[in-house]
Write a protein that binds this ligand. Structure first.
Ligand code: C2O
Length: 569
C-alpha cells in the first residue's frame, strides 16, 4: 500500500490517441503517504518528529509532464495537517492545493484525504510539504516532473540526476517552538542545524551522524535538483571547485547560466548541470544562510554533503568558500541574471497589458499585546507582519475556498487594498521604530479578480522594525519577474527597464532587501490562491493575502465542486 505504483491509464490513452496524431501518453501515478511520529537521531540526540512513510525527507515523487498524481494521505500523526504541492498549477483542482484553512480544513489525526491533480505545462523540480503550522520542518519531499514520452530536456542529456534538499533542524518539537513564540509575540528560537537530504553533514561531529554522498563518474554530466525546504532561511549553495550551469528554476526552463554559487529562498528550486571534470577526489557541497536582516540573530552553521569521484582514494573533501552571510550583491547578481528559455514548449509570452495594478508594501510591524498579557515583541507588543498594513489571519471554522463556493458571509472580506494606506519613505531606516507606522490591524482580506485578468504587483519592502529579503510565494500560478531593485520603487525609472521578453518565471521570489520587485501573472484559474512570505516565522505573523479568482462563465473557467472526502473542520 505504501509503495508508489505506476498505473497506465489505458482508457485515457486510447481516447487521447483517437483524437491525436502524435504518439503521447499520460499515466496515473498513485501513492500513499502515511504520516506518523518517528523517532530519529540527529546531532547526537533523539527527537520525535512527524514523518511521511518513516523517512526524512519524505518520499520523492516522480512523474512525467501530463501525468495525474493521486496521493492518499493517512494522518496518523498527533497533529492536524495538510499537504501542499508547492508550485503545481492545480488547474481546476483548487481543492488539492492544500494550504490549511485556505483551500481545505486540516486532516485531523486519524483521518484521510486523497489529493488528485495533474502536472501539465511544467517540467523540472517542485516539492511538497505540510502546510499547517511548522510541521513542514519534517514533512516534505521532492516532486520531480520529467518531460513526457517523446520530449527531451532542452540541454545536454545528463548521465544521472540527483536531488539535494536543503532543510532545517531543531533539537525540539517544532510545534512547541512555534506555539511558544506565538503565545508571547516574540521571535521563535533559531534552528540547531541545516541539513542536506535530512543530514547536517560532517561539520557536526556526532558518531551517529551520516553525511549524504553523491558518487560521480569522471567526465560525466549530472543534473542536480536543488530545493530549499528550510523554514526560515535563504541559502548560498556551492560545490568546491565545480561550476554549475543553471537550466531551470521552480520547474520552468531558464537560459543556461554559468555560476559558482546559487542562492535559494525557502520554496525555491534550482536545477543545475555539473560535470565531474576536476581531478578525482572528494568535494564538499555546502550551504549556509544568506542573512539579509541586519542585527537579527540567526544560526550561522554550514551543512555539507560530499561529491565523490568513483574509485578516488583521497580522504578529506575540499570545502568551498561560501559568500559572507550578508552578501546581498551576490544574491542580486544571481537572481537578476536569470532569464527564461522562450523556446521551451511551456513558455507563454508575457501579457503586455495589465488589468489589476497593485503596489504592496511587505514587512514587519506590531500588533497589540492584549489586556493583562505580557508580550515579548518590541515596545511590549506582539511582533507582526503585513502586506499594505493588512496583517493576514486565517479563518478557523471553514476554508476560504469553501466559504467562497458556498457564499458564506463573515469569513473574509474582498477589500485588500491595491495601495498602502499611507505613503511614506518605505525603506528609510529612521522610520523603523515609528509607532505611527508600526501597528497592523489583523484582517482576513482578499483581493478579488476577474477570470483571466492580468495582475501586476510591485512588492515594496519596508524598513519597519528591520529591512529583510522576503521570499514571496504565489500559489496556483507562475509569475514573471519584470524588474527588481533597491530603495523605493520609482515607476518612471523602472518601467523602462521591464523585461517583457524573457523574464524569469517562478512561483517564489526573494524581494531584494530594502528594495522592490515587479511581478506579473495571468489569473487563469478560478479559486482562492494564497500569496505569502515563505519564511515560516512571518506567515503566522500575517505576511500574506489571497487572490479570489472569479469564475469565467464556461465549464473550463468554473470552480468545481469539492471532492467527497474533503476534510471538514
Ligand atoms: Cu510552499 Cu503556501 O507554500
Amino acid at each position: 500500500m505504501l509503495m508508489a505504483s505506476r498505473v497506465f491509464a489505458v482508457g485515457f490513452v486510447l481516447a487521447f490517441l483517437a483524437f491525436s496524431v502524435s504518439i503521447t501518453s499520460a499515466s496515473i501515478v498513485e501513492t500513499s503517504f502515511l504520516v506518523k511520529n518517528l523517532t530519529v537521531n540527529r546531532l547526537c540526540q533523539e527527537q520525535v518528529i512527524a514523518a511521511v512513510n518513516g523517512s526524512l525527507p519524505g518520499p520523492t515523487l516522480r512523474v512525467n509532464e501530463g501525468d495525474t498524481l493521486v496521493v492518499h494521505v493517512f494522518n496518523r500523526s498527533p497533529y492536524n495537517l495538510t499537504i501542499h504541492w508547492h508550485g503545481v498549477f492545480q488547474r481546476l483542482t483548487p481543492w488539492a492545493d492544500g494550504p490549511e484553512f485556505v483551500t481545505q480544513c486540516p486532516i485531523m489525526p486519524g483521518n484521510n484525504y486523497t489529493y488528485r491533480f495533474n502536472l501539465t505545462g511544467q517540467v523540472g523540480t517542485l516539492w511538497w510539504h505540510a502546510h499547517s503550522q511548522w510541521i513542514r520542518a519534517t514533512v516534505y519531499g521532492a516532486l520531480i516532473i520529467r518531460p513526457r514520452e517523446g520530449q527531451k530536456y532542452p540541454f545536454v542529456k545528463p548521465y544521472r540526476e540527483d536531488t539535494i534538499m536543503l532543510g532545517e533542524w531543531w533539537n525540539a518539537d517544532v510545534i512547541e517552538v512555534e506555539n511558544s513564540a506565538l503565545a508571547t509575540g516574540s521571535a521563535p528560537n533559531n534552528s540547531d542545524a541545516y541539513t542536506i537530504n535530512g543530514w547536517p553533514g560532517d561539520l557536526f561531529s556526532c558518531p551517529s551522524n551520516k553525511t549524504y554522498r553523491l558518487e560521480v563518474v569522471p567526465g560525466r554530466t549530472y543534473l542536480l535538483r536543488i530545493i530549499n525546504a528550510a523554514l526560515n532561511n535563504q541559502f548560498f549553495f556551492k560545490i568546491a571547485n565545480h561550476n554549475m550551469t543553471v537550466v531551470g528554476v521552480d520547474a520552468a526552463y531558464t537560459n543556461p547560466l554559468l555560476t559558482d554559487v546559487i542562492v535559494l529562498g525557502p520554496g525555491q528550486t534550482t536545477d543545475v548541470l555539473i560535470t565531474a571534470d576536476q581531478s578525482p577526489g572528494s568535494y564538499y557541497m555546502a550551504a549556509h544562510p544568506y542573512a539579509s536582516a541586519a542585527g537579527v540573530s540567526f544560526n550561522n552553521g554550514t551543512t555539507t554533503a560530499i561529491l565523490v569521484y568513483e574509485n578516488s582514494t583521497s580522504s578529506t573533501p575540499i570545502l568551498p568558500i561560501l559568500p559572507p552571510f550578508n552578501d546581498t550583491a551576490t544574491v542580486f547578481r544571481f537572481s537578476s541574471n536569470l532569464t527564461s528559455l522562450v523556446t521551451s514548449p511551456f513558455w507563454q509570452p508575457v501579457p503586455q497589458t495589465v488589468d489589476e495594478n497593485m503596489f504592496i508594501t511587505i514587512g514587519l510591524g506590531l500588533a497589540a499585546c492584549g489586556a493583562n498579557q505580557t508580550c515579548g515583541g518590541i515596545f511590549g507588543q506582539r511582533l507582526s507582519a503585513s502586506m499594505n498594513n493588512h496583517s493576514f489571519v486565517l479563518p478557523t471554522g471553514i476554508s476560504l475556498l469553501e466559504a467562497a463556493l458556498r457564499n458564506v458571509s463573515g469569513v473574509y472580506t474582498t477589500d485588500f487594498p491595491d495601495q498602502p494606506p499611507l505613503q511614506f519613505d518605505y525603506t528609510n531606516v529612521s522610520n523603523s521604530f515609528d509607532l505611527n507606522l508600526l501597528m497592523t490591524p489583523k484582517l482576513t482580506s482578499l483581493k478579488s479578480v476577474k477570470y483571466n485578468s492580468t495582475v501586476q504587483i510591485v512588492f515594496q519592502n519596508t524598513a519597519l522594525i528591520g529591512i529583510e529579503d522576503h521570499p514571496m510565494h504565489l500559489h496556483g500560478f507562475n509569475f514573471y519577474v519584470l524588474a527588481q531593485g533597491f530603495g523605493n520603487y520609482n515607476p518612471q525609472n523602472a518601467t523602462a527597464n521591464f523585461n517583457l521578453i524573457n523574464p524569469q518565471e517562478r512561483n517564489t521570489l526573494g524581494v531584494p532587501v530594502g528594495g522592490w520587485a515587479v511581478i506579473r501573472f495571468r489569473a487563469n484559474n478560478p479559486g482562492v490562491w494564497f500569496m505569502h512570505c515563505h519564511l515560516d516565522v512571518h506567515m503566522p505573523w500575517g505576511l500574506g493575502t489571497a487572490f479570489l479568482v472569479e469564475n469565467g462563465g464556461t465549464p473550463e473557467s468554473t470552480l468545481p465542486q469539492p471532492p467527497a472526502d474533503l476534510p471538514q473542520c
